[in-house]
Design a protein around this ligand. Sequence first.
Ligand code: ADP
Ligand code: F6P
Length: 329
Amino acid sequence: MEALKDGEIMAKAIGILTSGGDAPGMNAAVRAVTRAALAKGIKVYGIRRGYNGLINGDIVELGARDVSGIMQRGGTVLYTARCPEFRTEEGIAKAAENCKKMGVDGIVVIGGDGSFRGAADLSRHGILCIGLPGTIDNDIACTEYTIGYDTAMNTAMEMIDKLRDTTQSHDRCSVVEVMGRRAGYIALNVGLASGAEAVLTLEEGYDLDEIAASMINASKTGKKHFIIVVAEGVGNAEGIARELQEKTQIEARATILGHVQRGGIPTLRDRVIATEMGYYAVELLEQDISNRVVGMKDGKIYDVDIQEALSMKKEFPHKRYKIVHDTAF
Ligand code: ADP
Ligand code: F6P
């Protein structure tokens, strides 16, 4: 890529923001967008704290060195927030006006479905908008993969491995709740990878009597400890632990892993995909393409209209759930 010559004026300017819950790998996307855009002679602005920064003008110009050393850091250097004002027509108009004042032609929004709704609104005001899927939940229908998903699952798996040590030492049952909002993707994969005896998700439903009966049967054959993974959407880990203890007479404890799943050093997969998606977003903006979400389909990066993306439904991997169920005891 040819560098700009002295005195040459950048033809275009774009902004980048992270919105909604943070996710490991967001920084890799920020770096990729910044460096790819600068290499094409596009000026880059970092917008802080999601849509709040657009409304309040909390915007800084980013140079190549400003995104050095951030690839391997969790969280988001741009900070993130939820911004109720951006859900109002006045808020969106103010944000669009600020973009125009600063000469920002386009925005890359890294976030989830909510953030993409905001991006669609902004694009109606003449700002080019591209969404990148950033959430640990993997609950965005138009993409097989979301930035942060892999790191969060690895973190949860590591925690459950630790939990298994103490659960085994005490001949107990651990009921462990993992994040995912209403989606059970983290629970399913982490449950499988940590050899959980049961995975409870909203998508598949569950029967505590059946789980208790399997635990009692298994304990007769020498199995004395159990890991039950509960998706956040199902909730009530404490109540489930109590009920299982009553039904089985096996001592049970509840653990809610919580926000620890959102932090930490991003895995290779998150860094690679975030970088590819960030690069792709700049290619779209360079061509004045707007109102698109970048996603992954059949392992390849692609883009899709935001409204279409928001109307899609995501399949739950029922076969994988059956595998967990059929290999649990
Ligand atoms: P996520 O992007 O992870 O789904 P949220 O649903 O909290 O997270 O959305 C993040 C932000 O996107 C909100 O705080 C708000 O600023 C903006 N947003 C969400 N929904 C809308 C909407 N319907 N219209 C405009 N902006 C929205
Ligand atoms: O969307 C990511 C996520 O961590 C969900 O798994 C969880 O339900 C939610 O965000 C928690 O949000 P907050 O950070 O507002 O507690």
